[in-house]
Ligand binder design. Structure first.
Ligand code: ADP
Ligand code: MG
Length: 332
């Protein structure tokens, strides 16, 4: 559907490129996430895909046709591709209804009525028709921005950090809603986020970026369970990335070779009963987090590990025994 090929962008000729040799392909109806730290080139990639930024190298194709850059045409952008910027860009003086109507204002009254009603339902905005954006919550504004972006039925919807300005409960709800809206409308979506949980929650596939380059593309499960290197493994909160020597304190790694080992917090099994087979450790910190509590443990040899456990069952300074159920070798 949309193909990014060897894309490169340098904002000034002498400076370092913002992105280098970025390539990936997104299928029709897919939700694709670009994740990475601030400044790694996510927005630049998205803007090139929307035809709003002129690539220095490579190209973007939609259904086999090259997206024309802003230096090559009078009005930047592509009619089948919509970009929802981080700032939402709603018209402050217009009602929700008028905002959603704006992209389709040239169509017949009947079509507008039909399409806006459908979007109000899809984006769960019923009852907010006459409000102006300033009277809406962050989550409602985001949903209006979606409705506006979807109103002219773009083939591809690009979203820059769509969930970053929202509180966690709103964000969790909205992520689910976005997935439903997108799947129901059949739109192809590429969104950008610096938060891995967004990508894990709704993306069909994920690309991890660092310093303007793509490090790995895969399903959320592949990125999580088969990270290509220690940077990606460590991009998920609470991952234990251990040096080889530290890993030897908790694992039998005979015949194996790598620079580092990743142990997910859920792979650290904790027992309180004395057990010679297991590694002795001490609880040095307990983090209550509701559904996902974490402990920080330190083995007798000084290796620190994050472990998932019910925080109410443990106290600081408790002696425990640990067994590692699973691990991944990194940077072999
Ligand atoms: P992200 O969205 O991942 O935070 P960006 O694509 O915005 O990253 O930025 C990538 C790099 O390009 C950064 O070093 C940033 O400072 C630089 N950059 C982004 N936009 C511009 C611009 N319009 N002019 C010059 N440099 C820019
Ligand atoms: Mg950005």
């Amino acid at each position: 559907m949309i193909k990014v090929q060897h894309l490169g962008k340098a904002y000034d000729e002498k400076g370092k490129a913002a992105i280098t040799d970025v390539s990936f392909e997104v299928e029709q109806g897919e939700i694709f996430a670009l994740i990475g730290e601030s400044g790694c080139g996510k927005s630049t990639t998205l803007r090139c895909m929307a035809g709003l930024e002129q690539p220095s190298e490579g190209e973007v194709q939609l259904r086999g046709e090259r997206i024309i850059g802003p230096w090559e045409q009078l009005i930047a952008g592509h009619p089948d591709i919509k970009l929802v910027a981080q700032s939402y860009d709603l018209f402050p003086n217009m009602s929700v209804w008028e905002n959603i109507k704006h992209p389709i204002r040239k169509y017949t009254k009947e079509y507008q009525q039909y399409r806006i009603s459908e979007l109000m339902r899809l984006c769960r905005l019923e009852g907010l028709e006459n409000k102006t954006p300033e009277h809406l919550s962050g989550g409602e504004q985001q949903r209006v921005a979606f409705a506006c972006a979807l109103s002219d039925e773009p083939a591809v919807l690009l979203m820059d950090e769509p969930f970053s300005n929202l509180d966690i409960p709103v964000k969790t709800m909205l992520r689910r809603e976005v997935k439903r809206m997108v799947k129901e409308s059949g739109t192809t979506v590429v969104f950008v986020s610096h938060d891995t949980s967004d990508a894990l929650a709704i993306a069909d596939r994920v690309a991890v970026m660092k310093d303007g380059e793509i490090l790995q593309v895969g399903t959320p499960k592949q990125i999580y369970s088969e990270p290509a290197n220690s940077y990606i493994a460590g991009f998920f909160p609470y991952a234990n990335i251990l040096s080889w020597n530290d890993a030897l304190n908790v694992l039998d790694l005979s015949d194996k070779k790598a620079s580092a080992v990743c142990i997910r917090p859920e792979s650290v099994r904790i027992s309180v009963a004395h057990d010679e087979q297991k590694t002795k450790a001490k609880v040095i910190d307990v983090e209550y987090a509701g559904a996902d509590d974490f402990l920080i443990l330190e083995t007798v040899k000084g290796t620190k590990l994050h472990a998932k456990a019910n925080a109410f069952e443990f106290d600081e300074q408790d002696d425990v025994y640990i067994h590692i159920d699973d691990y991944y070798l990194l940077d072999k």
